[in-house]
Write a protein that binds this ligand. Sequence first.
Ligand code: SF4
Length: 64
Amino acid sequence: MKVTVDQNVCASSGNCVRHAPEVFDQRDEDGVVILLTAHPPAEHADAARKAAAACPAMAIHIEE
Ligand code: SF4
């Protein structure tokens, strides 16, 4: 799995962090997403998929 994020379209909703805090964080100053790991281990892959599905801005892209 390879995860990418587009910080230019992120709406700072925080859904990704709630679903997959091991994979995503948010910038303190404006809440924009920070990708912690582009290659999550298998145990966090499902959470990363859920985060991508829950992103209102479609800012998270996953390649399986
Ligand atoms: S769920 Fe999407 S819009 Fe919300 S903080 Fe994460 S990347 Fe940004």
